[in-house]
Design a protein around this ligand. Sequence first.
Ligand SMILES: C[S@@+](CC[C@H](N)C(=O)[O-])C[C@H]1O[C@@H](n2cnc3c(N)ncnc32)[C@H](O)[C@@H]1O
Length: 254
Amino acid sequence: MDPDQHAPDSHATGTDTVPDPIDHVERARLYPRVTSFRSRRGALTPAQQHNWETVWPIIGRDATDSPLDVHAWFGRTAPVIMEIGCGTGTSTAAMAQVEPQFDVLAVEVYKPGLAQLIGMIVREDIDNIRIVRGDAVAVLRDMIAPASLFGMRVFFPDPWPKARHHKRRLLQTGTLALIAQAVVDDAVVHIATDHAEYAEYIAEQLAEQDLLVPFDGEAPFSLDRPTTKFEGRADREGRPVTEFVLRRIPRDAA
Ligand SMILES: C[S@@+](CC[C@H](N)C(=O)[O-])C[C@H]1O[C@@H](n2cnc3c(N)ncnc32)[C@H](O)[C@@H]1O
C-alpha cells in the first residue's frame, strides 16, 4: 500500500483556498501525515552492534510520546541544540566537539547512520551528544517542551524532488511551527540544502509564517559546518548550497 495515497495533502501541496482556522502546530497534531523518510535497512558491523548494545542504552533512546527531560539526560543544564536528520553524524560530532558548552540532541531514523555516529562518539570521547531515534516531527510534537531548545539545525533534508512527493518534505509550515514552538525566544534555526528547488520551496513555506524570520547579527553558536558527503557531492556536481539562518520572534512580540 502506498501511504502517499492516504494522506490529506492539501496542506503540503498548498491547494487550500479556504482560510484554515487551525493553527499549524494544532494541525500537525491532528492530521495524520506522510513521513519525510522511508524505511531503510542496513546491517551493523560487529563493532557497531557491540556499541549499540553497550552505548546506545546510555546516550540513545527511541522516540516515544512521553515528554523528554533533556537536561536530566545530559546531567547538566547547558543550552541544547537539536539537529534533525543527522544522517551518519559527521556534522553532529564535529560541531559538538567544537562547542562543548552546548548539548546536542540528534534525531534520526536511520539506525546504521546512528551506529556510525555512536562510533565517533566512542572513539573521540564526546560527551555532549544524545540521540533520539525516530521521526523528528513526532519528537518535536510529543517529547520536546515548548521554548526548551536553544537552537535548531537541519542540514540537507531529503529534497523529495518529484512533485507528487513534495508532501513528504520535512520543512513545511507544520514542521516550521513545531520548531518555532520548541525553541526559545530569539533562538537561531540553521537550515542548509543543496537542492535549489527545495530551497525555493522552503523560502515559500517560511513566507507563510511569521515566527521564524531572517537572522542578522552574530549567531550564539557556530554556523560553520564541516563538509559532509552530501555537500561534497553537491560541490562536485556544481550545486550551490543555500543556507537559511533564522531567528525565532520573541513570544511577547509575536
Ligand atoms: C539527505 S540526509 C542528510 C544527512 C545529514 N544531515 C548530512 O548532512 O549528511 C537526510 C537525513 O534525514 C533523515 N530524516 C528524514 N526525515 C526525518 C525525520 N522526519 N526524522 C528524523 N530523521 C529524518 C534521513 O533518514 C536522512 O538520514
